[in-house]
Every structure is written in C-alpha cells, then in structure tokens.
Design a protein around this ligand. Sequence first.
Ligand SMILES: Cc1ncc(COP(=O)(O)O)c(C=O)c1O
Length: 358
Amino acid sequence: MTAKPLVRADLAMRPGYHSPQIDVDVRLNTNEAPTALPAAFHEALHDALDNVAWNRYPDRSSWALREALAERYQRTPEEVFVANGSNEVLQTVMLTFGGAERSAAVFEPTFAMHSQIAKTTNTAVIVGQRSEDLSLDLDEVERVISEHSPNIVFLCSPNNPTGIVDPVGTVDTVLDLMAPTNGLLVVDEAYGQFTNTSAVDTIGEDVPMVVSRTFSKTWAMAGARLGYLLGPAWIVEELYKVVLPYHLDSFKQLAGRTALDFSNAMDAQVAAIVSERKRVLAALADLPVTAWESGANFFLFKAHQMPGNDVWQALVDRSVLVRNTANWPRLENCLRVTIGTKEENDAFLAALTEVLSA
Ligand SMILES: Cc1ncc(COP(=O)(O)O)c(C=O)c1O
C-alpha cells in the first residue's frame, strides 16, 4: 500500500465547518431567506441566460454586476469586489492581507468562518472575547490591538450567532485604535440590511476598511453563492490580483445583476422579516427563556430550566430544526433561530411553548 499524501500539518487535525441538515418540515437553522425571489425574477433571468455565449469565459471583471452594486450603494464599480459568496470574499481578503507571519483578530463568539479562513490561509488567529452579555467589548478590542497589532481585525455587525448590532461609532473607534498598526478592518455585514446601521458610509480611499455583504440572506439567493465587498479602490484592485481568473461564472453574474432589478421585492421581504422578528421576540417574552435583541434575520435564546440540547431535540421531534449552539464556547444552552415565514415562525412558537410546558 502506498503512503497517503500528507495534509498540511497545520490543517490536519481541524474539524472543518459543520452545519448539519435534518429532513424536517420547518428549517430555521441556516439563516436563509424564507421565500425565493418573485417569479418575474426567474423569467427575467431565464431570458438573460438565453443570450449567454457559454463557449466563452465570463466577463472577468464582472463589470455589469459591479456597476449595478455600485449604483445601489452610491459608490464606484472600482470600489466593488464580487465573489462566490461572502466566504470567498473573506478568503480573498485573507489571501491578500493575511498569510504566514501575519495575524487576524476575532472577538468570540462570532462567525466561525473568520477563524477558519484565517487558519486555512496560514494566518495566526488572535482571539479576543466579547463581554458577558455577548456585546463587543471595546476595552478588549483595545487590548488585543495594542498587544498584538493584528494585520486584520474582524468585526461582524449584526454579529452571527448573537444578532447583536455594534453601537454607532464602533467602527470609527476601532479604526482609531488600529491607526498605529497599519492593519485592515474587515466589517462583515452579511446581515446588514436587517438593521439600520452600517459601516458603508465610512468607506474611503484613505480608510483601511472593507465591508463584506452577501446575496445569500437578503437577496434570497443562498443557492447562487454570491457575495461582495465594498472598500477602497486600491484594495479592490489588490483583491483582483489574487482571486482566480474568471472565478465568477456567467450565470452568477447575471443572477446578481438581474436580482438587483428586483430591489423593491427584496426591500419588502426584509421589512417583513424584521417585523416577524419583532413579533417572535415579543412572543418569547411570555416564555421562560432569555432572548437577545437582534438586528439580523435570526436571534439567539436560551431556556431557563431546560438544557439547550434537550430543547433542540424536542423541537426536532416536532419537525422544527434550529441551529444547536448549546455546546459552543460562551453559548452554553443557547439555540439560534432563523426568522422564517409567518407560518414557520408560528410552528416554532407553538412547538417551543409545548416543549417548555411539558
Ligand atoms: C456573518 C456571516 N458572514 C458570512 C457568511 C457567509 O455567507 P455567504 O458565503 O453565503 O455569502 C455568513 C453565512 O452564514 C455569515 O453568517
């Protein structure tokens, strides 16, 4: 038997990213949009696809899509980078600004992929902790930056898995703290449309900050794998030197471009999700649980008198799947729930009420 090729030593033992799926009636575990874009979107995309020269490589610069995104955010296309999901956006940032001898700071608990991508790109991860109430602790941010001068600092607002939105002014404060370090601030706003504050207005050629967003949540296009970054043109230029040529296929470019013509539908869906989030959180106030205020399309909660794993299993038994975060560090007994349709949310509330009164 020939010996197996060896996986890179620093990657060999890691568990990888897991998000288990189970066949249930109500799936509220991956923060997707509950409903698809309108039928008119599918028709428009279908028509647009008829004109694609599939024998040719896609537009390498994804220019039409970047122009459309730039228009939405009142930026220039040169300030927009697009990729296969915001995960690929973040990976490209890490390949460009991270790597051997470099470091990235994260504040836990936060989106697990920030650390995972850092490790994959051989970037050292510096772990800071959020406060007891899971909000960002600026004293801790200051400590981490002054002690370690990380090359990259990740913020995530609204944060996954807590849904907490950083207070206005946080980005400016962190940029000030980072000024002596030459580091890059990466603000992950995958859920940015579900809240009122954003770092996008702070973007500028002299501001060492990028903001990543995605079509997976607001744009109801998790299946297309499309994300984007807004930031200084010089950074976008560097990212395009690193990402693989023709990385974004013609289908995806058209899907994103076409989706942006349906902004009204998406804005309406975002408003409906925000209103459902308020309704569900208000209903939880009557149950023996603690729930965190959220600016995202999900929220975190824990039951007062029942272990999180048991609540999760009892919900699965009632065909409702939420994300089991009960064993994650700092999140003992917590569960994360995506806001679904009104019917799905009612099913969740009914199941949870039953479980907690059993
Ligand atoms: C905070 C955050 N950032 C980024 C992503 C990745 O999104 P995508 O790669 O689908 O754009 C997610 C997905 O769950 C997320 O929660």
